[in-house]
Each structure stands twice: as C-alpha cells, then as structure tokens.
Design a protein around this ligand. Sequence first.
Ligand code: ADQ
Length: 444
Amino acid sequence: MAVALNDTLKADGGIWFGWGGDFAASDQASSVQVQKAEGVTYITVSLTKELFNQYYAGYSNSVLWPLCHSRTDLVDYGSRDLAGYRQTNKLFAQCLNPFLQEDDLIWIHDYHLIPLAAELRSWGIQNRIGFFLHIPVPPPQLMQTLPDHEVIARTLAAYDLIGLQTERDCRNLIEYFQMQFGAVELSATRISVFGKTLAIQAFPIGIDVEAFQKATETTPPDHSVERFRKLASRHGMLIGVDRLDYSKGLPQKFRAFERFLSDPANLAGRAVLTQIAPLSRADIDAYASLREELEQITGRILGSYGDLDWTPLFYLNRGYSRECLAHFFRMSDAALVTPLADGMNLVAKEFIAAQDPKDPGVLILSRFAGAAEQMDSALLVNPYDEREIANAIGEALVMPVSERRERYSDLMEVVRNTDVRKWAREYLAVLKSPGNPRIRLISP
Ligand code: ADQ
C-alpha cells in the first residue's frame, strides 16, 4: 500500500504526514521534521513515549483493534487512554495545519487516526477529507459496548468519504448510524447523519500484482529459498504467513493441522506446515500469552508427530523479503489463511499472484477474512471449526490439477481487479472534488 500511495504522491506532488517512528524528549510535547524527496514532502512528528503509549499500545491497540476484530473479551474497557488518543490526533492536526493549502485533498488512513478530520475541521479546514479503515467494522451491538463510541462516531462524521474493505463493513457502519443516531439512507453509499451527508463505500484493497509476480522471477540472495525447495519437493507443503496477532486464528490453525495429522490415513503423506509469524505488539499482554500458547502447541505437535526425518511444523518468528515469500508461496501446495476476523488479508492475494498458472496451489481461506467476499473460489472455511480446516487440508493436498487451475483462474481475476494502484485511483476519484487538487496523505 505504501508503494502505491507513494507513487500517487510522486506523480501529483504532495505531503506524506505521520508519526516518525521515534520519540520526542519528555520535556517537549512533540517535534516535527520535514524532508523532501522526488517531489514529495515527508512531514513526521515525534511523540513523547508516554503519549505514544496511551495512543498506540493503549487506545488504538488495546481498545479499538480488539473491538473491531470482535474480541470484546480483550478490549480494555476501563482504559483511560482515550484522552491520549485524542490529544495525539489534536497534536497531529496542529502540526499539519500550517502545511495545508485550500485545494488540497486529504486522505487519512486507519483506526489510529479516526479523530484527525474533526481536529482539522476545528482549525477551519474545509477541504475534502477521506478516511480508509483497513480493519473490520464490528456489528453495531459490539460498537455500542464501547463506553466512548459516541465520541468516535461524531468524529467519523467529520469526513466526506469513509472507505471500508467490504460490503459487510459498510452495512455494519450504516446500521450503527441508523440504530444509534437515526441516520437516514440517501442512496446505497450515502447517509444523512448529524445534519450532514456522509459517503460510506467499499474499496477492497489489493496488492501490487506486477511487483509480486516479478518477485517470483528474482532469486533472493538467501539460502532459505533453496532449503524450502528441497523440503517442498519431498513433502505436501502448507504455508501460513501472518503477523503474530490473535485475530489471525493461529492456535486454531495449528490445532486443525494437529487434527489432520491425527488421522492415520494422512500420516503417509508426511505433510509439512511452514508458519511464518513475525512478532508484533509484543508489549501487550494478549500478544505475549498468544505466543506462549503457540509455543506450547508447536512443542506438542513436534513431540507427537516429528521423526528423525520429518519435522511436520516449522514455526518461524521472523521476517522474510518479498522475494523469499513469493518463492515460498509458489512452491507450496496450499496456503492456510484462516483469520478469525480480518479487514482484507493481503497474504491470500499474494499467494494467488505467486502461483504457477500451470500447476497452481490451493488457497484455504477463512470466511471471516474480508478477502472471502470476493475470493469465493478458494476453499472457504470457518476458522473456528478445526475439523473443517483439517478436511480442507486433506482436500487441497489431493485436488486434481484441472480443479486447481479453474479455481486459480477465478481467483487471479479478483487479484488483478483489486490491484493496489487501481484501488488508490478509484478511491481518489470518488473523493476528488472538481479540479486537480494535490494529495496530502496521512498514515499512523
Ligand atoms: P495486516 O493485519 O498486517 O494488515 P495483511 O493484510 O495480511 O495483514 O498484510 C500483512 C503483510 O505483511 C502482507 O503483505 C505479508 O506478506 C507481510 N508479511 C507478513 N509476515 C511477514 C514476514 N514474516 N516477512 C515479510 N512480510 C510479511 C492490515 C489489516 C488487513 C488488511 C491490510 C491492508 O489487518 O486486514 O488486508 O491492513 O489493508
């Protein structure tokens, strides 16, 4: 996504604005850095560690993230971090305001920055402002469990256009505005709420298809690809690539694989699951306990099924280059993309883009990933149903090549149709008012 948006900015000129990834001294509220490169101005803000913790690990990732992924059991309902979240957005608006021009188009990304448009409006900014939420919108009843949901809803209404990943997300948000605030539907993509018109529309995100396909033709300077090739030539190879996050359904996936192995009929094939799962948000308790749980299941699987010449599960907490991942995908017989909830899930699209059209692998995809709304030629599974996933693994490993090609061809069409550059163009076309305004892009 960053590549596609940067390209758009380079073509039209504009500003990229966001947190700089570093911290301001504790006696300063923030500091702003400005750099220019290839026609783009990069403005980054440093926050104090204390404010950042309330804003990022706090309200964004311990309240909004679990809520949007329907994990009310993990939402920190007693959180006092809303103040830090709002203060950060206020500060961002204050830092950005002096750089904005009247004809600028402003595009704000993701749940960390929901209140930013409202804060900019308080500085008198009248420009067109669009928002794109990368994660799911939960059902209205779950939104209503948030003590401050009304604050969040009112700030959402400061946007001209709210872009969401799926039609299901749009329905959830529109229904919430109707139930809670008596919003009136003006058309399929427009509602009237709080005395103003708000556009809500699905823009399913995709990948840079060409770059990903090219990556399968480039040999990375890394022995991993050769090692993977040797393994994949001897075993039925299943692959998973997910950040280590509770939304990704990793324990369920591991247990489903364990169930698959527990059937003696499946043991002869000596299948291998390679799960790449880089650590993320490790300082939040729910992530640390997920890691422990996965280490325990991994130990159990290896202890029960491993042999001197067979390691059934590789569980790797590290990053790989795009080229490596593309090769791993191409050499795998099936991908297990089984999140319990996911805005879209780009791994599903990357796996398909990397396949050899003559001998493609099979995508096993959760019905609850946003990607399932379009990619219905995958083997769709309920990610909570370990038996169903185990059966899908069995089906994928023996699927005839004719069926694999048919499914691949349908899925590849979806992947092409949602290419990330097309996605950015389509969003901006809707957001754009007449004229050709420059774009100000804002990311967390
Ligand atoms: P994420 O939750 O991060 O994104 P996802 O869409 O799967 O999830 O994107 C992950 C990206 O990271 C993929 O491009 C993947 O290849 C890459 N990646 C993962 N593990 C890696 C590793 N070990 N090494 C290298 N790269 C790795 C959020 C939402 C999603 C939504 C995206 C985009 O949660 O639902 O699809 O934003 O909108």
